[in-house]
Write a protein that binds this ligand. Sequence first.
Ligand code: TMP
Length: 240
Amino acid sequence: MNKGEQLYEGKAKKVFQTEDPNLLIVSYKDDATAFNGLKKGTIAGKGVINNKMSNLLMQYLAKQGVPTHFVEELNDRDTLVKKVTIVPLEVIVRNISAGSFAKRFGVEEGIVFKQPTVEFSYKNDALEDPLINDDQALALGIVERSELDTIRTYALKVDEVLKEFWKDAGVTLVDFKLEFGRLPDGTIILADEISPDTCRLWDSETGEKLDKDRFRRDLGGVEEAYQEIMQRLIKNIEQR
Ligand code: TMP
């Protein structure tokens, strides 16, 4: 499958048409942004790692009953995916307080929740992705009730599966962001990516951050953290 016209360039990926109207190619870049694009940089090798990691995790999730857009890894940076209409919600699942949750509610990072929390942000750069509740999303007409139910069920399933997966790799899954899309027949599937850009991953022993927070917070060792988390994933996948 060859790249056709570029449809879109996002902060971390480009999206291309293919000869099949139902398939797209996503191409992962090394570019990194934070704070809605205010902070810009590159993380050498990130695109290769995020492509591979997202593909391995999505294949693993599909086996556990979560349908995804993944079709085929084409090369280090490019992957063939099913074309979907993205539901404009950032679906965030949290197991432990961190980031915007800690800031918004004035609590420290690291509080382990009794149960996972699911929250939604409205994907809208101009509005800086505001938090949105179910009723507000329904009022805006961006999603239907039944779709929200499906999305929540899948998001919690992803959490259950990935929490266990990362635990076996010596990593605590703190929180993560998912995006879902609709196939032409309306079926909801997992889309976008699952990577250190979109997850908080802490070493279970030391608490060391092995994710994009190293870039967001200028902690140094960004490339090394991406490589380390990828190695742990590969080792853990091989054992399964
Ligand atoms: P937050 O604590 O900043 O709301 O982030 C929650 C999770 O979502 C964290 O794992 C990072 C991820 N995330 C994204 O993938 N994209 C984003 O634009 C933001 C703000 C967070």
